[in-house]
Write a protein that binds this ligand. Structure first.
Ligand SMILES: C[S@@+](CC[C@H](N)C(=O)[O-])C[C@H]1O[C@@H](n2cnc3c(N)ncnc32)[C@H](O)[C@@H]1O
Length: 262
């Protein structure tokens, strides 16, 4: 695929997420911020760790993790996303919560992260690189801006399972029903924004790569990470045959530390 086609696809991705994220009301946004704390507590990652840290959220969307990190007392939080609309929404949410002194967001790509090498002690990139034309390049960019000894939270889609098969039928339907019409229909029948976001994005987003756990572990090992740990997503149990049948490899979420000497 040539560069202008990629640019067109990025524009589609950017508009899609802009539309999905700006639909969140304050209550739902605050719930999504709170999820960060709940999940980290469940995973045994102390929330105090974030205090005083420099953090990047690459592909920050509407800014839920940026706000969560700033509220946890991170010294500086930067967010980047290719969607101008999502960034405008994130900026408003930061301002409304009085966090502008420590949280900043801007339009930018994970494929060319607009910060110097080793800028951050914490980098999160959740559900983003698989929606780009070159996920591995995005991963390498994240590694580049993370300081040695820094902490990395990285999530991508796992391969396989019935849910993806159904989704891929949805992707065929998406070729004939434009996003705006489908989104309008879902609104009319009362499907809330978080549910629309969970399903419609994967039907309409141009790039939707999926991986095995082994592939992502290899990326992390080869890039010089240690303490590589898959953290579980509450919606799947990962252990049973039934869960594999429905969700395949599941949601691949990892915490890992960049080796101090890397
Ligand atoms: C599934 S959403 C996840 C958002 C956020 N990480 C969260 O968990 O709420 C994917 C996000 O990636 C962004 N995105 C897609 N391609 C990108 C790129 N090349 N650079 C930066 N952001 C990108 C989209 O605009 C969207 O906001």
């Amino acid at each position: 695929m040539n560069d202008s086609k990629h640019k067109e696809q990025e524009q589609t991705t950017s508009e899609l997420y802009g539309s999905l994220f700006t639909a969140y009301d304050q209550k739902r946004f605050d719930e999504s911020v709170e999820l960060f704390n709940m999940r980290h507590t469940r995973w045994g990652i102390p929330l105090e760790w974030f205090h005083g840290k420099t953090c990047l959220d690459a592909g920050c969307g509407g800014g839920r993790f940026v706000v969560a990190l700033a509220k946890l007392g991170a010294e500086r939080v930067e967010g980047v996303d290719i969607s101008e609309e999502a960034i405008t929404a994130a900026q408003e949410r930061i301002k409304e919560r009085g966090l502008e002194h420590r949280a900043h967001v801007r339009v930018g790509s994970v494929l060319d992260v607009p910060f110097p090498d080793q800028s951050f002690e914490y980098v999160v990139c959740s559900g983003v690189v698989h929606h780009t034309p070159d996920p591995k390049k995005g991963f390498n960019e994240l590694v580049r801006v993370l300081k040695p000894g820094g902490k990395f939270f990285f999530s991508v889609y796992g391969k396989g399972g019935l849910v993806w098969m159904i989704n891929d039928i949805g992707r065929l339907i998406a070729k004939v029903i434009p996003f705006k019409i489908m989104e309008g229909l879902w609104k009319v029948i009362g499907i809330p924004p978080n549910k629309r976001y969970n399903y419609l994005d994967n039907m309409y987003v141009p790039y939707c790569y999926r991986y095995t756990e082994k592939e992502i572990r290899t990326w992390l090992e080869d890039a010089g990470f240690e303490n590589i740990r898959r953290v579980k997503f509450e919606r799947y149990d990962y252990e049973t045959l039934k869960s594999h049948f429905f969700h395949g490899e599941g949601w691949l979420q990892f915490y890992a530390d960049k080796k101090a000497n890397s």
